[in-house]
Write a new protein. Structure first.
Length: 139
């Protein structure tokens, strides 16, 4: 029972690592924006959500069309890359803090979620790429 439970934990974390990291990033970003730039209006929430979705869509298009047919990562590479998400989360939320400090409220609520999305995904991909390169160099 214990071994199966531990395997289930491993599988759950492996499958959900990037989504969990992004959830932390976008939630932390919203809290940072609210505490630094001020509570958003309804329109600012909509614009922020739209900007995050646009950032995600741009990266998804790049991944789907530019890298079509590329081989999938091995499980070990993805696991190690996911374990480095703490860097992606911290840098992304810190960037949102800077944006909230520099821009006016509405601009911050539009730029912050976009920046958080693009930075988190870009850094997560960079970490995965670094792990892949390190593994290739070890072989």
């Amino acid at each position: 029972m214990t071994r199966e439970y531990l395997r289930s934990i491993k599988r759950t974390i492996f499958d959900n690592g990037p989504a969990f990291g992004y959830t932390i990033t976008i939630t932390g970003s919203a809290a940072t924006l609210a505490s630094t730039a001020g509570s958003p209006s309804g329109m600012e929430v909509i614009l922020g959500s739209l900007s995050a979705a646009v950032g995600f869509s741009i990266l998804e298009l790049i991944g789907n069309f530019v890298l079509r047919g590329e081989e999938e990562e091995t499980e070990k590479v993805v696991q190690l890359g996911n374990s480095l998400n703490i860097l992606s989360v911290t840098v992304s939320v810190s960037a949102v803090f800077a944006i909230a400090s520099w821009l006016d409220k509405t601009a911050a609520w539009v730029a912050g979620p976009f920046a958080a999305t693009v930075l988190y995904a870009t850094l997560a991909v960079s970490q995965l790429s670094a792990v892949r390169i390190m593994r290739k160099n070890r072989k």
